[in-house]
Write a protein that binds this ligand. Sequence first.
Ligand code: NAD
Ligand code: MG
Length: 384
Amino acid sequence: MKKITILGATGTIGINTLDVIKRHSDEFEVVALTGHRQIDRLAALCFEWSPRYAVMADSDAAAQLEQRLKNTPVQVLSGTSSLSQVASLPEVDIVMAAIVGAAGLLPTLAAAQAGKRVLLANKEALVMSGQLFMDAVREHGAELLPIDSEHNAVFQCMPPSAAGISRILLTASGGPFRSYPIEQLHDVTPDQACAHPNWNMGRKISVDSATMMNKGLEIIEACWLFSAPPEQIDVVLHPQSVIHSMVEYVDGSVLAQLGNPDMRTPIAYGLAWPDRIDSGVPRLNLIDIARLDFEAVDFERFPCLKLASEAMLAGGTTSTILNAANEVAVEAFLQERLRFTAIPKVIETTLSQLTGRMANSLEVILEDDARARELAFEAVKTDN
Ligand code: NAD
Ligand code: MG
């Protein structure tokens, strides 16, 4: 039995992970489930899965959850340190890192430092801490497996030696606004931005997909995961989301991974690697799909993509600053305090006010994250 902690169990990735595990209940045992404030959802999961631990990041929510679970053996914990605790329990083999945003950094890092198999969905953690995170993986013998569908695809298309690679091609659907009239983007609502054509995801990553900051974060993620310079990574628009990404080799070969757009495929791959298990995803029907389209990215429509590439080239904490400003801007947009088209402006203003430094310690990373958030909050206010 492989024992697993699911960080962010109440989210889209968390729920999909449990759906895969349910199909293999003789192979995986759920030790800990975590959530932020969704008491009903975490309580229901605890009744269904009987984990040893349930963690709510929010202490009031934890107190209420404890009340709900008082007649069960589930131990309820609260706060960030408990998230890190359940990510590094000696008995745990696998940690699914599926908290959204910077809140996932410390527990995901704790899992790496405890030498776990880390299934990385929480791309923001890697974008924020880059080298520090990869060093922790190496030093502590952790096994880092990408769950982001593009990176999972690249991983699947790479031989262990990773020799002879000329380019990594990340595919992007272009989100809900790929061909929306550019002059009307200004007035789009959070619900429109979250209505992704191919994927059903949490609201933050949905907005990131609409601005294409998601692809920008994924370029940074790919640089770290595959030790690739940003010049080696290209983005190609592929509206059907059937090819999840590709690797081009010096001999002209291009390997692609295809599948229905369903996160249970990369999740199952990460859980079972190097084996394969059933994920519950329906078989890909190429005849029904009939065609695959590709287009170049329009950088004018998606300024966030350029901001992210530049941040990666600048190095150090610049991508920490980019990520923090983006989180603040997206939150403000979701709360209808900021226009969609002002998201890149807030990020650009923040980046112009704070210079990245060497990201050589967690303290420096967290300090720049906090400072960027303050500046981004101000930029949001000024924009209104
Ligand atoms: P979601 O919003 O559905 O779920 C987020 C989870 O994080 C929830 O369990 C929530 O309770 C928890 N959380 C939020 N704030 C927290 C905090 N402050 N402290 C502790 N826990 C907190 O998001 P999602 O779509 O499941 O995405 C999760 C992560 O996976 C993100 O980093 C996203 O970029 C990445 N990812 C998601 C998809 C997808 O298809 N959904 C694909 C690739 C990568
Ligand atoms: Mg992705």
